[in-house]
Write a protein that binds this ligand. Structure first.
Ligand code: GLY
Length: 370
């Protein structure tokens, strides 16, 4: 009999760069040549059926031209595919093609691709490095930055996953040119959320420049890409694992994630978030943290971005109330909400506590009124 101490204290440096620009394919290749992932020479490119032909095949060819071994692993586009089954299908395909621990994964696409590929990278061969090449505004604003990776389950979104930081993130704004308008609107919801939680200036910029953004004006898009990143990584650097502050990035997501699932993904993530943000401003107004004028400004901005501000008729609102309990912020069986304070701030309820318990009836009332 004996007791052994297995000492495994670690100091981890997961720092990485986010590069924002236009047409970053060459930059990616040069970074790899300059040792971004050491001497790895084998790359699994994970993408979806839309991005495959737009950007991923091109990056594949560039890698091969440089003498790297590279293969494309493609799954059908859409949130409905962000599942354990898709992850398994890609894992098996990678193993079949001889990929082992000596590879690096490059996720090329939007949030569905970067979430799934980042999770896969965290478990493949007990963990291989990965890089995000984000091709949507939503991925640039939120999903590809911050190291949250996950897949959805039938119960709700993002319940199975890892915190897993990429080696580098490329936000290629040129790719937004090929995005369907609905995807631009969807990405703007995360941008509006960032403004709501932390930047009155960004909020005003969005109010004054929405037309330019919607027509993918270069300067306006570069500005929002930079602002989104700054807001997000400053939060993530202080609370990577969401033990407190990072919960503020969840503004609008309590109702948003629930409605996304209840809609069976008919609503895009940003569309669902938009409705969630409307619920949140109602709550903040009822709790006395926002004036009605401030709440109206948020709703007007969401509609300016062509986002939905009411719950679609086909949603069963009682089912939606029940679905709120799948939220990761639920504690001791109680719903908890982040609450916006004015425009550009959130309520800190106690030191380091940014979400507060809300009675189901209060949540129900708000949902019934939207
Ligand atoms: N999407 C919220 C977060 O990254 O924490």
């Amino acid at each position: 009999m004996g007791i052994f101490n297995v000492e495994l204290k670690k100091v981890v440096d997961d720092s990485y760069k986010i590069e924002i620009g236009f047409h970053l394919e060459d930059t990616l290749i040069n970074d790899l040549k300059n040792g971004l992932v050491g001497n790895i020479s084998k790359f699994a490119l994970i993408t979806d059926s839309i991005v495959e032909n737009l950007y991923a095949k091109d990056i594949l060819e560039r890698l091969k031209k440089e003498g790297y071994t590279a293969d494309l692993f493609v799954f059908e586009a859409g949130e409905k595919q962000k599942t354990r089954q898709t992850k398994e299908m890609i894992e098996d395909a990678m193993l079949e093609r001889g990929y082992r621990r000596d590879c690096c994964i490059i996720a090329i696409g939007g949030g569905v691709v970067t979430d799934l590929a980042g999770f896969l990278a965290g478990t493949f061969g007990r963990g291989v490095p990965f890089i995000n090449y984000a091709t949507t505004l939503l991925a640039a604003a939120d999903a590809s930055v911050g190291g949250k990776t996950a897949v959805d389950t039938p119960l709700a979104t993002n319940l199975i996953g890892l915190f897993n930081q990429p080696k580098k993130v490329y936000l290629d704004i040129a790719t937004w040119q090929t995005l369907p308008a609905r995807q631009i609107y969807s990405g703007l919801a995360e941008t509006i959320k960032h403004a709501c939680i932390s930047s009155k200036e960004l909020f005003e910029f969005l109010e004054n420049n929405m037309d330019a953004i919607l027509s993918i004006d270069k300067n306006a898009c570069e500005h929002i890409a930079n602002e989104n990143c700054k807001i997000k990584y400053q939060v993530v650097m202080k609370d990577e694992l969401e033990s407190g502050l990072r919960e503020i990035l969840n503004l609008g997501h309590t109702v948003g994630r629930a409605i996304e699932t209840v809609s069976d993904y008919q609503l895009l993530h940003g569309e669902a978030l938009s409705i969630g943000l409307v619920a949140e401003v109602r709550l903040a107004t009822d709790l006395g943290y926002m004036t009605k004028e401030e709440a109206d400004k948020v709703v007007v901005l969401l509609s300016k971005a062509n986002l939905p501000i009411t719950i679609p008729e086909y949603i069963d609102k009682e089912q939606l109330v029940k679905k709120l309990y799948t939220d990761k912020k639920v504690k001791n069986g109680r719903l908890r909400f982040v609450v916006q304070k004015g425009i550009g701030d959130v309520v800190e309820f106690e030191e380091g506590v940014f979400a507060t318990p809300i009675d189901e009836d209060v949540a129900r009332q708000i949902i019934m009124s939207i």
